[in-house]
Ligand binder design. Structure first.
Ligand code: RP5
Length: 166
């Protein structure tokens, strides 16, 4: 569903974030969510970041997922320049294990919210699920895909009660 009238903009601060964010992209694809993906850096390409955020709503995007690590300005800066909901994913940084990313993203002063996920792959996956849940309010196909995802997840746990056997 990539690039087919994208409704979710998946951006990240660096190519190095893809190792984490590929899990978000895969889940968006699995759920049938049309999305686009791009590296947009707050400090290396600040002008691109502003134009991306400013044009997002006009381009009919509905949600932005922004991932960044370290001094992670991207989600907050993008949120400041768009009326769309912005979901922030803190990347697990090497030096501080992602605590730096988390605190940079989650501690937004009142007025400009960033919907902050957990650090790393779990946050990347939950960002996809959250974006899908927002779109599902007006899209029955995505709502159904989310229902199926949850059902299968529950069944997997029910069918594998022995922690030693996968
Ligand atoms: C941030 O700096 C990126 O989001 C990335 O997580 C981090 C490190 O970037 P690289 O030096 O690996 O390009 O902007």
């Amino acid at each position: 569903m990539k690039d087919q009238m994208a409704q979710v903009g998946l951006i990240m601060g660096s190519q190095s974030d893809w190792e984490t964010m590929q899990h978000c992209a895969k889940l968006l694809s699995d759920l049938g969510v049309p999305f686009e993906q791009e590296v947009v850096s707050a400090h290396r390409t600040p002008d691109k970041m502003f134009s991306y955020a400013e044009s997002a709503a006009k381009r009919q995007l509905k949600v932005i997922i922004a991932a960044a690590g370290g001094a992670a300005h991207l989600p907050g800066m993008v949120a400041a320049k768009t009326p769309l909901p912005v979901i922030g994913v803190p990347i697990q940084s090497k030096t501080l294990n992602g605590i730096d990313s988390l605190l940079s993203i989650v501690q937004m002063p009142a007025g400009i919210p960033v919907l902050t996920m957990s650090i790393g792959v779990s946050g990347a996956k939950n960002a996809a699920l959250s974006a899908a849940a927002i779109l599902a309010l007006n899209n029955s196909d995505i709502a159904e895909a989310l229902n199926t995802f949850r059902k299968q997840q529950s069944e997997h746990v029910t069918n594998h009660p022995n922690p030693e056997i996968k």
